[in-house]
Design a protein around this ligand. Structure first.
Ligand SMILES: Cc1cc2nc3c(=O)[nH]c(=O)nc-3n(C[C@H](O)[C@H](O)[C@H](O)COP(=O)(O)O)c2cc1C
Ligand SMILES: Nc1ncnc2c1ncn2[C@@H]1O[C@H](COP(=O)(O)OP(=O)(O)OP(=O)(O)O)[C@@H](O)[C@H]1O
Length: 308
């Protein structure tokens, strides 16, 4: 899969494709249905399938403080899109210039001049352009003028409710990992590199791998039963994700994983942490002693849940 960053990196060879547009955060079952249709039209026309995404996502641009947590960082999103058979991703920087484009200008500059789109696949509720003025009817009409077809995919629902990134964030916050797995078509996980922490964990009797979240504002907080994959090997574990209010105050979320019955050096390795069950919320304890006791109790709970 090819990644093109910005319209200015499009070349004449990129013209002629089938495309879809959106945030695709999480690459959930609704997105997967759209991507399947993209593949079908791409095979039918013998043209590459291209997904147009935005980075940052529009809401992160408009209100960085109150934007919802991300299900996937760009890197994870690209891996998942490639797995869905996408040939090319055009990643547009969402900035003032882009937000000010009218729906008409967006179609002209991105879809027609930039990509030479022959077929566009969108969800039935898709809207875009300055003030979200471009909708399906507008796209159909533009397609007639510019020579591309447009199709709206039916809504994918689960238990009568539309699958969406917004719903997934809520389902994860509620700790319903079985439902999250159904909506995602895979278990929810976070991947990152294991970094050095404050080395306090060991003195608390709780050696943990600190998984780098970078700027990921994760949709979870609390203590969980998890499995962790490192170097292709799966481990049983327990993890805390949160700001660790008892010990420090950088205010940033950390993901710390304790692998049960494991001793070894994990620094620098990439770890994929899959969440199975919530054990409790993160708390601020009055002393390190109370924190230590709580962590030992979490380990015991996790062992019991794992059947160890
Ligand atoms: C299972 C588990 C539960 C945790 N629960 C909390 C908590 O409720 N509140 C908190 O402030 N920190 C919590 N922590 C984070 C600890 O404060 C942190 O792991 C410890 O400070 C070690 O940090 P270090 O790895 O940077 O040395 C938890 C850690 C683990 C592994
Ligand atoms: N459940 C679904 N069924 C069909 N199409 C969907 C579904 N969810 C999203 N899409 C379509 O996939 C494309 C990308 O969607 P996008 O990521 O922007 O929205 P979303 O998943 O609904 O997220 P949010 O909850 O933030 O609105 C759009 O064309 C959208 O209409």
């Amino acid at each position: 899969m090819e990644l093109v960053r910005g319209l200015h990196n499009l070349r004449p060879r990129h013209r002629g494709c089938v495309a879809t547009i959106g945030n695709f955060d999480g690459v959930h079952a609704g997105h997967q249905a759209i991507l399947k249709r993209l593949r079908t039209h791409s095979d039918r026309l013998g043209l590459p399938g291209c997904v147009v995404i935005f980075e940052p996502q529009p809401r992160e641009y408009f209100s960085p403080q109150s934007a919802p947590p991300r299900l996937t960082r760009l890197r994870d999103k690209l891996v998942l899109l490639a797995r869905q058979g996408v040939d090319r991703v055009l990643c547009l920087a969402f900035n003032r210039r882009l937000r000010e484009l009218s729906a008409e200008e967006f179609v002209q500059q991105v879809l027609v001049d930039g990509l030479g789109v022959k077929h566009l696949e969108v969800g039935d509720d898709f809207r875009f352009g300055c003030d979200r003025s471009g909708d399906f009817a507008f796209l159909l009409e533009s397609g007639k003028r510019h020579g591309f077809t447009v199709e709206a995919a039916n809504t994918v629902a689960d238990s009568g409710e539309r699958v969406s990134s917004t719903r997934l964030r809520q389902v994860l916050a509620d700790g319903d990992f079985d439902l999250a797995e159904r909506l995602l078509g895979r278990p929810f996980s976070i991947t990152g590199r294991v970094m050095h922490g404050q080395k306090l964990g060991r003195t608390l009797g709780a050696p943990t791998a600190n998984v780098q979240l970078k700027r990921l504002h994760a949709p979870l907080q609390g203590v969980y039963r998890v499995s962790a994959e490192v170097d292709g090997e799966a481990h049983k574990g327990v993890a805390n994700i949160g700001t660790r209010p008892t010990v420090e105050g950088d205010g940033r979320p950390h993901l710390e994983v304790h692998l049960l019955d494991f001793a070894g050096d994990l620094y620098g390795k990439r770890m994929t942490v899959t969440f199975h069950e919530k054990i409790r919320d993160e708390q601020r304890f009055d002393s390190l002693d109370s924190l230590q006791q709580a962590i030992q109790a979490d380990f015991a709970t996790a062992r019991a849940l794992w059947g160890l």
